[in-house]
Structure formats: C-alpha cells, structure tokens
Design a binder for this molecule. Structure first.
Ligand code: FDA
Length: 534
C-alpha cells in the first residue's frame, strides 16, 4: 500500500497539542502519532480524529461507548489513543500506522462486547472507534439497505421505519448495540424464527483487509464473505458497511407478556414450554426471562418467569394459537397489545412506548457492570433441574441477574450448520444467556457476582449441549478459553473455545484467517488464530 507524503506541519501541531495537554510519550507513541498526523494532513482533521490520553475529550470519547462498567475502572487498561475516523482514508491510515509501529488495534462499533474486547487490551493498543461511520441508506423499492458499522440497531430500525411500516430487519433487541460487532457474531432478535439471524440476511459488505485494500463481496471472495458473517469481530478485517436484505412484516403485530412466579406454577409452565415453543409457527417469537422479584408476601422474594413474545399477526390469531397449543400459559387479551413492528422494538428494548425518537438516544438506558455466559439446550430440562435453576435466582448475588431464554426452531431449523460460521441451528430447543449485573459502585465486589455466574453455569452442565458445550460468540465469555495475549496460539489451544462457538466451522474459519491475515494483526483474546502464525 502506498501513502502520499505530507508536510511536517500537522505533526508539529499535534506536538503542540500534546505538550499543552501535558501528555508524556515514549518513542512508539510519537512514531505512531507522527505517522498518523502526516497522513491526516491538517490540524482541523487531527483535532477531530485523534484523542490521546490527557486530551480533554479523551475520557468522554472512551466512555461514550462503554456498555459494561466492569471495564470502566481506573485499573482498566486504557488505549494510548482513540481514533475516530471521518472517512475511509482515515481508517486505512490508522491501520497502516498501528501495523507499522506495533500497536494492537481494537475496532469498536457499538461497544457492547460483554468482555470489553473492543476497548480493552493488555498490550499497548489504540481504539479505532467507528462512531462517525453511522450512515444508513434504505432502499424500499429493492428491499435492501446499506448500514455503516458504527450505526446502532436503534438507528437502523428507525431509518427503516421512517420509510415504511411493512419492512424490517431481523437483528437484536437492544437498541444501542452496534451493527459492526453484532453482525460479525450472528445477531438474533424477535424475527429470527421467521427470517434467521442478522448475518443470514447480509448480502454484501465493504471491508478493509490487513493490507489496506478496500474489498466488497466479489473482491473478498465467498470464503471471506462467509467468515465475516458470524466468525467474530476484530479477526478478518475492518468491516466498514454491510448491505442487508430487508424482510416483510405486517403493518400490525401483536406483543404479549405473561408473568408467572414460583407460587403461580412458573416451574411447571416453563417445563411444559420447552416441549412446545420450538414447534410453534415461525411467525411467533417467544422468550422466557427468569429473574428474582418481590413476592406478594411482604419482605419476601420469589422467582418469576416472564413469557414475552410477538406474533406477526393480530391478537385474535395469537390467542387462538396459544390457547390451542399452550393453554397452560393462560394468555388473555389483557396480556396482549397490537402495534407496529417499530413500536415492538421499543417494547422488547425496555423503552417507553412513546416516541420512536428514543431509538436514536444511546443513553436512554442505564449502563451497569455485567458478566454473561451462554448455553444451548437440546433436551427438555426435567422439572427438578428447573427447580434448582430457580432456586439459584433466590441467592443474594442474583438481585440483578437474568436468564434470557428464546425458543429456537422455525427458520433456524432450516439453515444448515455450515451455511455461516454460527452453527447452532436445528436440534436446539432454546438458547440460554445468563447475565449477572451489578452497579459500577459495586465493582470492588465483582468477584462474588462473577463466581455466582460460574456456579450457575456449572449447575447447568447436565442439562445443556455437550461435546462441545456450545456457546454464542456474541455473548463472549473468556472463561471458556483464551488465546495467548502476546504469543502464538496453536490451533489446538484455540479449539477449546473455538469449537464451542463455531463447532466444525472453526476449521474453515482458521483456514480463512490463515489466508487473509497470516501474521495475525487483527487479534484479541478470542479471535481466530491463523495456522503457523509467528
Ligand atoms: P463492539 O463494538 O464492542 O464490538 C464487538 C466485537 O466486534 C469486538 O471484538 C470488536 O472489536 C468487533 N468489531 C466491532 N466493529 C467491528 C467492525 N466494524 N469490523 C470488525 N470487527 C468489529 N446479541 C444478540 O444477538 N441479540 C440481542 O438482542 C442482544 N442484546 C444485547 C444487549 C446488551 C445490553 C448487550 C451488552 C449485548 C447484547 N447482545 C445481543 C450481544 C451483542 O450482539 C454483541 O455484544 C455484539 O458483538 C455487540 O456489537 P457492538 O458493535 O455493539 O460491540
């Protein structure tokens, strides 16, 4: 790759800027900044794109996309610089200078990585933050859209709904999740039983590879295009934008919520749900959340199973269907609400059912500290097993814990395991994501919460998938194995976590990685390693 040379002036301006801010820098830092400032060319661009430590805006830019305050403590390793490119050439320049001067690059889109991998590293690093890459172009005539990686799902859904109420996109439920990381790991939400994952509906992409080449689907080739749709972020290149296929939805959908606590037979109803939910028509999405709540007895706690779902159809059809197939739920009209698909995004995202403008607000929900783990379940859990699960939610550490359990089946059963890197398709009754949360102020006690989540995971062992114990890469869990931080990671070592996320697709991912990034520049604690990397 050849880069034009510019005058020294911009670099001198950065030097002045840094001196004023009191930053002290070692050689590699200077070299990196020198390299980048020469390429960004003018002071006004530099001041909008480069944030080094001690710059007045450094902390606010860093924290703006941290969605897990477990990684927002004084002890959390910080990037030497955050680069917020305004255009593609800035991305290429950041890549070039990071490579040249030995900084690890952490690519950040929405910043929801649950292990903080997009903004934390144990080795010297810079963050490439795509917060200015948020453009969305919706083409309703051809039922497609181009979405830049830094756009949030809320911004994407908003942009679609601004043009039509009968098209949608099947991605996740949290409006602040970024397209970049989410699509890189699969991505599911309320439409996945009908249309599959977000990744199943991507038809093209624009990516920068390790050599700075800008590639689309045709020029990257089908192997790489396969790998970036679910093989995990920060591994094959920097994805700038995605072309997605929009999917039809009716103008009116029906959402519902039914709460059952332990005294209302939650255990038995959830037990029964396991036999039914995955076989229901694919127009229906159904999720169970298990949480601790106040009991009707003053001062006492109980555990609640919240059955929440959505039918792509009207309320009468929903009630007839559930009364026929799952009468134990006792679904009644007062549990249901007809609304547009975009309103259902607010409903499932825990947002007030008012203006959809809230989808553009990245701070609409509070940010907590959290640890997540995930499982796939292929056989119904016996009632005694569910009782044990419920009782763990009565423990002290579970005040802010949730098990999120979406029913599988539908379209997910029709897609072969090797179609994309995400392998968890036919044969799964449901996925279970266990999230334990605490406040930032309680970070000093994070160990007790994390150990509760590990005990829960261990408790679930007999009831979940085995050999491998499958896990969802978008709910990253470094407990299941990591790469060597500074050193070569063998195929065998990475297989420990790799087969859990990708099953046999891991082998093909390693082959693709070896071809496109043999020196393993794009890396993190759980990125696919190349064979024979140095
Ligand atoms: P972030 O920016 O942290 O990126 C995640 C990973 O991808 C990092 O390794 C990063 O380096 C890499 N990456 C980011 N942008 C990239 C790019 N442009 N090119 C290459 N690599 C890139 N999942 C789900 O399926 N359904 C759901 O409903 C939810 N809901 C949800 C709620 C909340 C509160 C959290 C914290 C998480 C979820 N998730 C989820 C999981 C979510 O899909 C997952 O964390 C995504 O990776 C987040 O993508 P971001 O872009 O926000 O993260």
């Amino acid at each position: 790759m050849k880069f034009p040379q510019f005058s020294m002036l911009p670099f001198l301006m950065v030097v002045v800027m840094l001196s004023l801010s009191g930053t002290t820098l070692s050689h590699p830092h200077w070299d990196f900044l020198h390299c980048l400032s020469l390429r960004l060319a003018n002071y006004s661009t530099i001041s909008k794109v480069i944030y080094v430590q001690n710059n007045p805006s450094y902390s606010s830019v860093l924290n703006a996309s941290i969605h897990n305050t477990r990684f927002s403590t004084p002890a959390t390793p910080k990037p030497f610089a955050i680069i917020t490119p305004l255009k593609t050439s800035h991305v290429r320049s950041t890549l070039y200078c990071s490579k040249k001067h030995g900084f690890q690059l952490r690519i950040r889109s929405g910043g929801h990585d649950v292990e903080g991998l997009s903004f934390v590293s144990e080795v010297p690093f810079v963050i490439l933050d795509l917060l200015n890459f948020r453009a969305i172009k919706v083409d309703t005539k051809n039922e497609v859209a181009w979405v830049q990686s830094g756009a949030t799902l809320g911004e994407l859904y908003y942009a679609i709904a601004a043009k039509t109420n009968t098209l949608a996109f099947p991605a996740g439920m949290c409006h602040t999740v970024g397209a970049g990381g989410h699509f890189s790991g699969g991505g599911y939400g309320t439409l996945f039983r009908k249309y599959g994952l977000a990744a199943d509906n991507i038809i093209d992409a624009r990516m920068i590879d390790v050599n700075g080449r800008i590639l689309d689907r045709k020029s990257m080739g089908e192997d790489v295009f396969w790998a970036i749709r679910g093989g995990g972020g920060n591994t094959f290149g920097i994805v700038l934008a995605w072309k997605i296929k929009l999917v039809p939805v009716p103008a009116v959908v029906t959402v519902f919520t039914v709460n059952k606590n332990l005294e209302q037979n939650a255990t038995k109803i959830f037990h029964r749900w396991q036999y039914i939910a995955h076989k229901l028509p694919d127009d229906l999405f159904m999720n169970v959340w298990i949480t601790k709540v106040n009991s009707s007895q003053v001062g006492m706690k109980t555990v609640q199973a919240t059955f929440r779902g959505m039918l792509l159809g009207g309320v009468d059809e929903l009630i007839t269907l559930i009364q026929d197939k799952f009468p134990e739920l006792g679904l009644a009209e007062e549990n249901c609400n007809e609304m547009s698909w975009i309103e259902s995004v607010l409903y499932f995202g825990g947002l007030p059912l008012q203006s959809v403008d809230i989808l553009l607000d990245k701070n609409a929900l509070p940010t907590l500290s959290l640890k997540a783990k995930s499982d796939y379940v292929k056989e119904p859990i016996p009632e005694s097993g569910i009782e044990g699960l419920m009782s763990m939610f009565l423990e002290e550490e579970a005040d802010n814990a949730v098990a999120m359990i979406p029913a599988f089946g539908g379209k997910m059963d029709d897609i072969p395991e090797n179609e994309l890197p995400y392998p968890h398709r036919a044969g799964n009754l449901f996925e279970a994501t266990y999230i334990v949360q605490w406040t930032k102020e309680e970070n000093a006690e994070s160990g007790k919460y994390i150990s509760w989540s590990r005990r829960l995971y261990s408790y679930m062992t007999p009831y979940v998938s085995k050999s491998p114990r499958e896990a969802y890469v978008n709910y990253r869990d470094l407990d299941i194995g990591i790469n060597n931080i500074n050193d070569y990671t063998s195929y065998e070592q990475a297989s420990i976590w790799g087969f859990k996320y990708f099953k046999n697709n891991f082998k093909r991912l390693v082959q693709v990685k070896t071809k496109v990034d043999p020196m393993n520049f794009f890396r993190n604690e759980q990125s696919i390693p190349p064979l024979l990397s140095p």
